[in-house]
Design a protein around this ligand. Structure first.
Ligand code: TA6
Length: 301
């Protein structure tokens, strides 16, 4: 892994990107543009915050999150790859795969015409990943910061056999109050509920929250709109290359059972995850790629 000095020398953009040691001493890229700023950790390729100019952080982060090698960060946008959720064949393997606890490298930093900045991080299959998943891959994760936030995860199969995966951009959003938000865009979509343990279909009604909610909506390419009257804003999450959307809030008792999640924090977060999960596995032929993209934009209400 490159040192801070090497990173600064190689990717200096005259101040738009500054590398430092962030929480837990982990290497962090601080990206600043006229329209907003982000913090992107090389640990896990983890986007920890996105603060549009004159607004509060759009992403939620637990005040009890770990920032340690080998442990996932609780909040921001964890990268779930090469499986979403538990690994059915290897129960001891880490939930949501190994990408979110691997050390990524910086491959490219580019200034955009509109003043935005994009950073591409790289993770290649290696001795560690092969122990968990026998496949040869290159992951390129490009975060583009500006008035909107774009996240694109490209998976390239550099092996000689097809690879099959599930994945998610597991986005945690900061909200005023889980009792007072709503999500549209998934009306009529089939979902699997981890809480009820059943497969059902979303009514043609806005999603509101009245208890623990953990749903994988399948076969949907729709955008979602999160309406937060308390924050006076709506977030629109559009996507490409994703056939699943996951909606999650742990509610009170599950939050209390998580050591990296303060007991009262469930009120101020919701996950709307851009995914390919459960029925929506992705198979990539040798030499080919798959891209999953999420774009987040904000409107005042
Ligand atoms: O995306 C929802 C989910 O699969 C939930 O079941 C919950 O486990 C959440 O992910 C967080 O998973 P983690 O391994 O980060 O605690």
């Amino acid at each position: 892994m490159k040192s801070i000095e090497e990173l600064m020398e190689k990717f200096d953009l005259a101040g738009e990107i500054v590398f430092d040691h962030g929480e837990g001493g982990l290497v962090r890229a601080n990206i600043t543009t006229p329209d907003g700023s982000t913090e992107l950790y090389l640990h896990g390729g983890h986007l920890a915050s996105w603060t549009p100019t004159d607004k509060s952080d759009i992403l939620w982060m637990s005040r009890k999150s770990c920032f340690e090698q080998g442990k996932p960060i609780r909040g921001g946008v964890p990268l779930c790859f090469p499986w979403f959720g538990p690994n059915e064949e290897k129960p001891d393997a880490p939930a949501h795969g190994f990408a979110r606890t691997s050390i990524w490298d910086v491959e490219l930093v580019q200034r955009q015409d509109d003043g935005g900045v994009s950073v591409t991080l790289l993770l290649k299959s290696n001795e560690q990943t092969r122990k968990l998943w026998n496949a040869e891959f290159e992951l390129r994760y490009t975060v583009t910061v500006g008035a909107v936030l774009t996240m694109m995860l490209e998976t390239r199969n550099v092996g000689v056999t097809p690879l099959t995966m599930t994945q998610a951009l597991h986005s945690y959003f900061a909200i005023s109050d889980i009792h007072n938000i709503s999500i549209t865009g998934l009306e009529g979509v089939e979902y699997i509920s981890k809480v009820e343990g059943k497969r059902t279909r979303q009514a043609d009604a806005t999603i509101i929250f009245e208890g623990e909610t953990d749903r994988v909506y399948i076969n949907t390419t729709s955008a979602c709109v999160l309406k937060d009257p308390g924050m006076g804003r709506t977030l629109t999450i559009t996507k490409k290359g994703s056939n699943s959307t996951v909606i999650w809030n742990p509610w009170e008792s599950k939050a209390q059972r998580m050591t990296d999640f303060a007991d009262d924090e469930w009120i101020n977060m919701v996950c709307i995850e851009t995914a390919n999960a459960l029925d929506n596995t992705i198979t990539i032929q040798p030499g080919k790629t798959h891209e999953i993209t999420a774009q987040i934009s904000i409107d005042n209400i």
